[in-house]
Design a protein around this ligand. Sequence first.
Ligand SMILES: Nc1ncnc2c1ncn2[C@@H]1O[C@H](COP(=O)(O)OP(=O)(O)O)[C@@H](O)[C@H]1O
Ligand SMILES: [Mg+2]
Length: 322
Amino acid sequence: MEVWILFNEEVDSASAEAFEVRRFLSEGRDMGIDVKVFHPEQFDLLVSEEDRESILIDGKFVKLPDFLLPRTYVIDTGYFSLAVIRQFERLGVRVFNDSRSIEMVSDKMHTHQALAESGLPTPTTMLAKFPVDLDLVERTIGFPVVVKTLLGVNGTGVFLMDNHNAFSDLMNLIEQTNPNIQLIFQKFIAQSKGRDLRLFVVDGEVIASMERRATDGGFKANYTQGAEVVEFKPDQIAIDMAVKTSEILNLQVAGIDLLYDESGYTICEANSFPGFKGLESCCDVNVPRVIFGAMQKRLEAPKEPALTFAEFEELRASKLQG
Ligand SMILES: Nc1ncnc2c1ncn2[C@@H]1O[C@H](COP(=O)(O)OP(=O)(O)O)[C@@H](O)[C@H]1O
Ligand SMILES: [Mg+2]
């Protein structure tokens, strides 16, 4: 099996993401899988009816791999990476995850829309509109309110505004300086302050989970923000929620984050490019090995052609009903 990883950093950089790519390379070697890493910008996208077996890399035609594993954030690489992934899909290469799902979960509003549509619990969320109607926010969401940038990752674009005045000041500042920014406002789930759950799902199964706990007294529990992590044995409700969420969003590899609330759990977000450095540090799990195993299984099954937009929507609707 040949797997290509799409990655937009240097493989030997110090980031957690690069560490994880190196984990894929070394596990791949041990499993006899040919793993190669490419930067999205190395590809030239040439659409033609003739050559359906290869793709242009650094100006040369190269035979397609069996699988593509995108490991890039939409906020960093935007349209270009999505176009690269779509090219692979349209040439019949299997991908974990596909471009539509990556695009959907990179957009926090779209994710909550899809979750609410399917009846999954999710905090009340509103898309910002300037000038902000403070009374409407107060009536529908209330304070404190969580403010998030639409495409943010790793907790960097997430803020907690304690009261009406602090929120109003921030909105005035944004309106003056950056009125085109896309934000969401969300109900603060107080029971979950400074802690949350990460369930890691691969092809419909929760393979490991952890609780993340902020160590700085803040409300964000991102590992990359310094949270400590401990293994968590999820109950059936949490497992079902994570599996269903990945299914609705059509994610084969997913990090599903749950917040604790008065009725159990509510879904904070879904990640299509979940990190696993923290997870492997506290759970007995080998994430690259499980993902490669799931790919090998998929290769044995008959190939499904890439879905048209209408087919994709139909598939999602049928998952909702089921
Ligand atoms: N509505 C909320 N109530 C309480 N805590 C929240 C809420 N939303 C986010 N958080 C905390 O902030 C962290 C980051 O938010 P998240 O939406 O996951 O953004 P990112 O994509 O940047 O990780 C979460 O892991 C959680 O600890
Ligand atoms: Mg998160």
